[in-house]
Design a protein around this ligand. Structure first.
Ligand SMILES: NC(=O)c1ccc[n+]([C@@H]2O[C@H](COP(=O)([O-])OP(=O)(O)OC[C@H]3O[C@@H](n4cnc5c(N)ncnc54)[C@H](O)[C@@H]3O)[C@@H](O)[C@H]2O)c1
Length: 444
């Protein structure tokens, strides 16, 4: 099939590359000419595992190309994916849907043949009905609108685009269903992926509910961490023990500094606002609590650093390992790691940040912070090490505790992701502090 992907950011670029990998001919449309140039050179404009390989392969094979010219795509493709951004409005009252409305308003008058518009961007319930009005007013009758929310996880975006755990399509016509079945045929034919066909409003709520549930799980275990901190109990053991019940599970159950990134914070905030607006008071109350627990994690992490440090933080040399909002991506949008580094910076600590992939993005966003180009130079002379993003470079390298021990001034690790193998660090002489757990020290 000939498909276009309109908006080639963190969702659109992996999706376009995956569509080419599945055998489609693909044109990516990206407004930002610099991003478009980088993509057309066969590289991602950001780090995402496996993305560069896929882009290189398919840009070179000619099956994938990028343009800033929407008219080229409108003329050529049978199906148009919309993958533009839906940031939170500045006043926090729901999404700013101007990119989605702008993309659809620009596309519809250019469509000269039967086709399907497939929205992947995350929107709150009621938005697709507004967009349908635009399509009905401005496009011919043979143009269908489908809402096909995306569930990919950054850090696994390529894998999740090629092998999604579900495909959800909110649609209203048999032709639209046929188009969805055709474009996803290479995935659906495997027999392992469920296609959930529903109406647009159910698709909108299904996506919002998925992110609301994930964030609720994260805030729930973080609330348990708060209780454990006050009672001397161990939240890791609590998370493990309750997760054995398969109705609860272990996924999303690692306590820590809270969720961040380009999706969960804005999606939960937009959903909270929307459910309040439509009068679902119970749901709004639940989601407000989830958000406020998440917000409180920054103070909890800062308090942990204060407890771990022997003396005032003002002037203390602190190595911050991690800048991206999670491992596997260079995305620093709403990164808890960078926020914590910022709080430490504000109170006068001499922080140096290292990240294996997100240094450029972090420098662009926060040029006022200090960065190191290697883990060794970040650790050099540190009085305290904060593990702020759970990269395997920091958590799975069993040599790191002993190597790091030789360059720091004090062997104190504050792991705000509860992610390290504490035994390995303690064996190398480190004191390890994690959220919701008593401090662990080497026995002398
Ligand atoms: N990032 C994720 O992992 C993820 C996962 C699931 C859903 N989503 C949803 O996908 C949507 C996109 O998110 P993102 O993280 O990729 O955002 P992003 O900001 O990284 O990418 C959006 C891109 O769209 C481009 N754009 C905007 N208007 C355009 C237009 N008219 N024509 C062409 N390009 C245009 C922008 O220049 C930008 O590059 C959001 O609704 C988000 O909630 C994202």
């Amino acid at each position: 099939m000939r498909v276009s992907v309109i908006g080639c950011g963190h969702l659109g670029a992996p999706h376009a590359a995956a569509m080419a990998e599945l055998g489609h001919e693909v044109i990516g449309v990206e407004l930002n000419s610099e991003t478009c140039r980088i993509l057309q050179s066969g590289k991602g404009a950001f780090y995402e595992k496996g993305l560069d390989e896929l882009l290189t392969r398919h840009v070179h094979s000619g099956r994938l190309r990028f343009t800033t010219d929407l008219a080229k795509a409108a003329d050529w493709a049978d199906l148009h994916f919309i993958a533009v951004g839906t940031p939170l409005r500045e006043d926090g009252r729901g999404y700013d849907v101007s990119q989605v409305i702008g993309a659809i308003r620009s596309l519809t008058p250019l469509l000269k043949r039967p086709c399907t518009i497939v929205g992947k961007s995350t929107v709150t319930v009621g938005t697709v009905a507004r967009l349908q009005e635009i399509v009905t007013a401005e496009a011919a009758d043979d143009v269908d609108l489908v809402w096909n929310p995306e569930f990919l996880r950054e850090g696994h975006a390529v894998e999740d685009s090629l092998r999604p755990d579900r495909i959800v399509a909110g649609l209203t016509s048999a032709e639209a269903r046929k188009a969805i079945e055709q474009v996803y045929a290479p995935i659906l034919d495997s027999g392992n992926v469920e296609l959930i066909v529903t109406d647009p409003q159910t698709a909108e709520i299904l996506k919002s509910a998925a992110n609301a549930f994930l964030s609720t799980k994260i805030s729930f275990i973080n609330a348990m961490a708060e209780i454990c901190d006050l009672t001397g109990a161990d939240v890791n053991a609590v998370a493990h023990g309750i997760g054995i019940d398969h109705r609860i599970g272990h996924g999303g159950m690692r306590p820590g500094i809270g969720y961040g990134g380009g999706c969960l914070p804005k999606d939960v905030a937009a959903f909270t606002h929307r459910v309040g607006e439509i009068g679902a008071a119970g749901a709004a109350g639940l989601l407000t609590a989830v958000e406020s627990i998440n917000d409180s994690r920054m103070d909890a992490a800062l308090a942990l650093v204060e407890r771990a440090h022997d003396g005032p933080l003002d002037g203390a040399a602190i190595a911050v390992l991690g800048a991206s909002f999670k491992a596997g991506t260079s995305d620093v949008r709403h990164s808890p790691a960078l926020r914590l580094a910022g709080r430490l910076h504000q109170i006068g600590a001499r922080t140096v940040i290292y990240d294996p992939e997100a240094l450029d993005a972090a420098r662009r966003l926060r040029p006022e912070y200090a960065y190191a180009d290697s883990i060794a130079s970040a650790l050099d002379g540190a009085e305290l090490v904060v593990l702020a993003t759970e990269w395997p470079h920091f958590t799975a390298d069993l040599q790191l505790p002993s190597q790091a021990a030789t360059t720091v001034r004090r062997k104190v690790l504050v792991d705000v992701r509860n992610a390290v193998d504490t035994a390995a660090w303690i064996a190398a002489g480190w004191e390890v502090w994690q959220l919701g757990r008593p401090a662990q020290r080497p026995t002398t």
